[in-house]
Design a binder for this molecule. Sequence first.
Ligand SMILES: Cc1cc2nc3c(=O)[nH]c(=O)nc-3n(C[C@H](O)[C@H](O)[C@H](O)COP(=O)(O)OP(=O)(O)OC[C@H]3O[C@@H](n4cnc5c(N)ncnc54)[C@H](O)[C@@H]3O)c2cc1C
Length: 545
Amino acid sequence: MEAWSGRIRAAPFPEGSFSPEGSFRCLWRFGAGAWQGRIPTIPVARSVTAASSAPFGSTAPAAGSFDFDVIVIGAGYGGFDAAKHAAEHGLRVAIVESRDMGGTCVNRGCVPSKALLAASGRVRELADAEHLAGFGIHAAPVRFERQKIADHARQLVETIRTNLTKTVERSGAKILRGKGRLDGPQRVVVRESGGGVERPYTARDVIIATGSDPFVPPGIETDGRTVFTSDEAVDLEWLPRWIAIVGSGYIGLEFADVYTALGCEVTMIEALDRVMPTFDPDIAKIAARNLIDSRDIDARAGVLAQSIKPGCPVQIELVDMKTREPVETLEVDAVLVATGRVPVSQDLNLASVGVATNRGFIPVDDTLQVLASSEPGAAPIPHLWAVGDVTGKMMLAHTAAAQGTVAVENILGHPRRIDYRSIPAATFTHPEISSVGLSEADAKALAAEQGFELGVVRSYFKANSKALAELESDGLMKLLFNKASGEVLGAHLYGLHAADLIQEIANAVARRQGVVQLAQEVHTHPTLSEVVEVAYKQAALAVAG
Ligand SMILES: Cc1cc2nc3c(=O)[nH]c(=O)nc-3n(C[C@H](O)[C@H](O)[C@H](O)COP(=O)(O)OP(=O)(O)OC[C@H]3O[C@@H](n4cnc5c(N)ncnc54)[C@H](O)[C@@H]3O)c2cc1C
């Protein structure tokens, strides 16, 4: 059982130095838990069965002779929503999955990471003596059990995976366990899990939903224990005293939140000029002050982790991003590599249908139909669709799910296009960060192109009664709008429950609503939603004026 109290502990070892206990620091918290590596590759053996008598790789099957109306390859959120929606609308559906039902989000992403954030967030709250004292509360030192926190995440994964699998089965879709690939138009071959038997199938429409894997840059070696990606971090196998997190995107930030709450020191390494480079600069500034500067985090921007060698200690060679001159060698207990994700498309045999990917991402149009390439004017491939991370568009679970539904609507003959502008994004740190719509730079470019004046207003949590009552008044909302028409173009938030607050603005963006109308909508008092109301009212004045 680990125990600690108080907000921020002094760093026990100077940054970049080698601790005399380094070698055992790495080992003593591994615990006896079984280590799970990647799923082994399945041996290949071909056996054509009665599922279809069509030869592999031939031309499209004759109309009406398909094994299924729709075959979905990949059962992450994209594939799941597509399969369910198609089956619920009477189509004969098969969904192929080579690993765990639910894909990244359920097994290695949103679900376990949010469970860890929920538990570690409680620890942070109870350990924040200063914050509690503001309410006149004095708690005992906080104790937590790492294993139980890990178990909470694992059990949640199991529950959600089981529920999702049952939902697919209940919808009538057939689950095919194995690895799918294309074999020409309207043909899919599934190499079954376990035996390696290959079975060909035909389908009128095929939806690719194979998702993404963590990206590990060249020079970085992972061993899954001392140098790992989010795939392993979600297991919370041990708590390194000092962990370096490479990357300050949302995954790096969320794990920094978890680790610092549980008493680890973090060094955050960001190759670009500033930490949190993908966030709105104003939001990043205020968020970094709270989520990084005030915590046990040493953040370095403009440095590249050129080489990382696993072991005890883990060795990291840092070089200047621009000059590539050596900066420092760090020796830490562990490294989390959070440098983005790469599409899973290399084994799909896309060449058999004439598709050229863009760095592995499958090109699609806004109906989610696959295009021959990402070149302008590229031809759509009949009966082939792709959804989710493998398309590289806003790599989020709810985007994947929305794309899955849109693809199926189009298959059903109900023309629909996806509206990426209205899809919100959130980072579940404490407090949260969220956004929807255009960035300020893109909004400025749009304003210049279309000849309107861009409106920007800011609304602060420190003026909100609910935030003040919670003693959590650090927060900002930035609203971008067209000053002529009032149309909401985007919003960026940092503050308590920002992930929930963004939905209201996302709905307004989806409906292309204007701030004058939105400013008339009454918000409950006292709630954080009044932060949004204040922004709408300021913006409405700017439009009227
Ligand atoms: C740590 C972390 C936290 C995250 N948190 C959030 C969050 O809070 N909110 C959010 O919206 N998003 C979050 N995401 C992103 C989210 O998980 C992904 O955007 C989402 O899972 C993408 O869904 P998908 O269906 O495209 O692909 P995946 O979920 O990756 O699913 C693809 C599936 O296809 C299977 N597959 C691949 N190839 C084949 C094949 N040839 N044959 C058969 N099956 C195959 C894979 O095994 C996998 O199960 C997080 C991601 C990570 C890593």
